[in-house]
Design a protein around this ligand. Structure first.
Ligand code: UGA
Length: 435
């Protein structure tokens, strides 16, 4: 099947490349000429493990190609995916749909045979209907259906998530559209992946409700972690004990510095906006947003306290991205923590395995070549992101490099007993200190 994927951002590029791996002929379209030229030469604009290989193998086989002109890409396409950005609109929490609607206009101009226009971008309830109206108005005779097909990829494991999803959600109204969507995801039937067909409205809401629920789970355990610190309990034990209940599940119960990234912060805000518009409060999500915002600052204060104040001190920061295996800095806790510490007079020496380039654009700090260089002569170290390489630091070396052996581990990657035995002043999240 010929598929057009509009937008070569994170979602579009991963989805386009993986659909070509399913055996479809995929043309990825973007107006950014430099990006498309780069992709044609095999230059991947984002860091996502395994993506370069999927792109190169499928581009070589001829199933995956890149184009700037939609007119060239469209002929013969049975499905046209919209995968452009829907950032938070400045000044309010609404998702900015201008890119989605502009693309709908453009699709209308080039539709010839029947095609399903599939929205993959995360869009508020009602957007697919608007896309349908826009196309219908611009091209009254066009033969098309719209479908909502949200993505559930996690940055850092997106390829595997696409190959083996827990479910595929498709919102559409006609049998013809359902048949096209079924055909697109046919290779997943081998793994018996549930393909859930719903209305567009339900599908759109499934995406927001899923992200808001996961964000709630994280925020819940973060507040439980605060309580653990007060009562002398261990949040990891509490999470494990809770998670063994199949109704709760053990995932997304890792306490930390608060959620970040390009999805949870944006999608929780957008859900609140939709709820306000329909005069139906979602108070739990309101609390999640507020608690998570406050948490990032609280974590900065935790570092400050552990170091006995930071004025005139050097703090080594390990990890700046919102999570490991990505270079994404969007809404990362580090964007609140680092400026806070600097404001309080700290000098920051930081290291991140992949995020240095993005971090430099957003934070005016000294970036180091590795973790040990960052810690050399620092008054203490704080781990903000759980990159694998921070899990097995040479503790003897760390201790000899730091002026004082103070470690604040906001991801709970070390055991308090080990750290205390190694002579560290060790502060983590929701766990009692040993010794
Ligand atoms: C998230 C969802 O997990 C995906 O299903 C969804 O498709 C995606 O958003 C999206 O809407 O596009 P992602 O933002 O890549 O994926 O990252 P997650 O792995 O979900 O982590 C989000 C944040 O929560 C990170 O800051 C992470 O550190 C934090 N987190 C996650 C915790 O603090 N504790 C946990 O137990 C899990």
């Amino acid at each position: 099947m010929r598929i057009v994927m509009i937008g070569t951002g994170y979602v579009g590029l991963v989805s386009g490349a993986c659909l070509s791996e399913f055996g479809h002929e995929v043309v990825c379209v973007d107006t950014d000429t430099a990006k498309i030229d780069g992709l044609k030469r095999g230059v991947i604009p984002i860091y996502e493990p395994g993506l370069d290989e999927v792109v190169s193998v499928n581009a070589k086989s001829g199933r995956l190609s890149f184009e700037t002109d939609l007119k060239v890409a469209m002929p013969g396409a049975e499905a046209v995916f919209i995968a452009v950005g829907t950032p938070t609109r400045r000044g309010d929490g609404h998702a900015d749909l201008s890119y989605v609607f502009a693309v709908a206009e453009e699709i209308a101009a080039h539709l010839s045979g029947y095609a399903v226009v599939v929205t993959k971008s995360t869009v508020p309830v009602g957007t697919n209907r608007k896309v349908e109206e826009i196309i219908r108005k611009a091209h009254p005779d066009a033969k098309f259906d719209v479908a909502s097909n949200p993505e559930f990829l996690r940055e850092g494991s997106a390829i595997e998530d696409f190959r083996r999803p827990d479910r595929v959600i498709v919102g559409c109204d006609t049998d013809r559209a359902r048949a096209v969507m079924r055909e697109i995801y046919r290779p997943l039937y081998l793994h018996e992946t549930p393909i859930v067909f719903t209305s567009c409205e339900s599908s759109e809401l499934i995406k927001y409700a899923s992200n808001a629920f996961l964000a709630t789970k994280i925020t819940f355990i973060n507040e439980v972690a605060n309580l653990c610190e007060k009562v002398g309990a261990n949040v990891q034990d509490v999470a494990r004990g809770m998670g063994l209940d199949g109704r709760i599940g053990n995932k997304f119960l890792h306490a930390g510095p608060g959620f970040g990234g390009s999805c949870f912060p944006k999608d929780t805000l957008a859900l609140l906006k939709t709820a306000q518009e329909y005069n139906t409060p979602t108070r739990i999500v309101e609390a999640v947003v507020a608690v998570n915002e406050a948490r990032k600052r609280e974590m900065a204060e935790k570092i400050e306290k552990a170091l006995g104040g930071v004025a005139g001190k050097t703090v080594a920061i390990l990890g700046l991205t919102f999570k490991p295996n990505t270079d994404d800095m969007r809404d990362a806790p580090s964007l609140v923590i680092v400026p806070y510490l600097r404001e309080k007079g700290a000098r920051i020496r930081a290291f991140d395995p992949e995020g240095a380039k993005e971090a430099k654009k957003r934070l005016d700090i000294e970036m180091c070549a590795d973790a040990y260089e960052a810690m050399d002569g620092a008054d203490g170290v704080a781990i903000l992101t759980e990159w694998n390489e921070f899990r097995a630091l040479d503790l003897g070396r760390v201790k000899s490099l730091l002026k004082r052996p103070v470690m604040v581990d906001l991801r709970n990657i070390y055991r308090p007993e080990t750290m205390t035995a190694a002579g560290f002043v060790y502060v983590s999240v929701g766990r009692p200190n040993a010794g």
